[in-house]
Design a protein around this ligand. Structure first.
Ligand code: MRU
Length: 337
């Protein structure tokens, strides 16, 4: 599989995530307008992948308007504002923009550095999560539940929550993954299942509402998910539906681990209540794959994310820090493998 988001020399090359699993195709994005559209329609999605796309979007703007920094900043703001919950998007934009005074080539180099760092970061946080799950669950093959897609497709490469699953699978420690389909846009069914098949990891697909009951019936050893923004107090925003799994998990003594890079932790956001939750179009809920499933014009509530309070989480794990029992600790030395 290619990198989810890449630079082809003149434009962004992105795996079109709307087309999977029916078709694997690369979409070329040569303008800021195209980047804004691709982020909005979820051609590119998943917090770290959005950060990479945001940085490259600024590079496109800097190359297009080399003598107009004001215009580049305005274009950068347009990119950053498309999706408000995933803090990685704005972080990626700001990181590239910080090199604007050094010229368009420097902006592009910084954007490419965001991409280059992604896989190593994800492998490191995955190894740390696998070690933690061994500590929490013991040294046996685990039955894991995940929600949405936090795999390679949600990052530049490897993945976060699903990256940890991959790391555990490579250690021979995954019995089964229960992948929740993730209505309304089915990132679990379309993308996570596609990745699990590619990895050769045993899995079953379930409707979102089956997750909490699977936990209650003792079919799940741990819940492992990614995040779009983690507040300073450890509250974590992730795809809508995550909270229900976490409620069931704490009720039944099942660990819940949130896995994300440091770039998803926002110490400037004190609590989950301060996280802006993106509301998306009504037709995402009124239809499935374009087919109406509710009367036309039905009023809709469509938050893209929910917030799971830190008290329901066993841990938040990044490549270098862990939030556990109400406090962040920084690892003395990252678990490099
Ligand atoms: O709306 P999406 O598909 O961008 O939502 C993605 C998620 O909620 C992921 O779980 C999150 O970004 C973590 S990805 C490593």
């Amino acid at each position: 599989m290619a990198r989810t988001v890449d630079w082809d020399g003149d434009a962004i090359a992105a795996i079109d995530q709307r087309a999977l699993p029916a078709e694997y195709r690369i979409r070329r994005l040569a303008t800021v307008d195209a980047v804004v559209a691709a982020i909005g329609d979820l051609t590119i999605r998943g917090a770290p992948a959005l950060g990479a796309a945001g940085a490259l979007g600024v590079a496109l703007a800097a190359r297009r308007h080399p003598r107009d920094p004001g215009r580049v900043r305005a274009e950068a703001e347009r990119v950053a504002a498309v999706r408000p919950t995933a803090v990685n998007l704005r972080r990626g934009v700001e990181r590239a923009l910080a090199r604007l005074d050094d010229g368009a080539d420097a902006v592009l180099a910084e954007a490419c550095a965001v991409l280059d760092e992604d896989e190593a970061t994800n492998r490191r946080l995955s190894a740390r999560t696998a070690d933690l799950l061994t500590e929490l669950c013991g040294d046996r093959p685990l039955r894991l539940l995940t929600h949405c897609n936090s795999g390679a497709l949600a990052t530049v490469a490897w993945g976060t929550g699903l990256g940890a699953v991959r790391e555990l699978a490579e250690r021979g420690r995954v019995a089964e993954v229960l992948a929740c389909e993730t209505r309304p846009l089915l990132q679990g069914a379309r993308l996570t299942v596609w990745e699990l098949r590619e990895m050769g990891v045993a899995h079953r697909l379930c409707v979102d509402a089956a997750g909490p009951s699977a936990i209650a019936r003792g079919l799940v050893d741990a819940v492992v998910v990614g995040a779009d923004r983690i507040a300073a107090n450890g509250d974590a925003a992730n795809k809508i539906g995550t909270y229900a799994h976490a409620c069931a998990a704490i009720r039944h003594g099942v660990p819940v681990v949130v896995v994300a890079p440091e770039s998803t932790v926002d110490h400037a956001t004190p609590t989950g209540a301060d996280i802006t939750i993106e509301e998306r179009a009504a037709d995402e809920v009124r239809t499935i794959a374009g087919t109406p499933t509710a009367p036309a014009g039905t009023p809709v509530y469509n938050p893209a994310f929910d917030v799971t309070p830190a008290e329901l989480l066993s841990a938040v794990v990044t490549e270098r820090s862990t939030f556990r029992d109400g406090a962040w600790t920084v690892a003395a030395a990252p678990a490099l493998r």
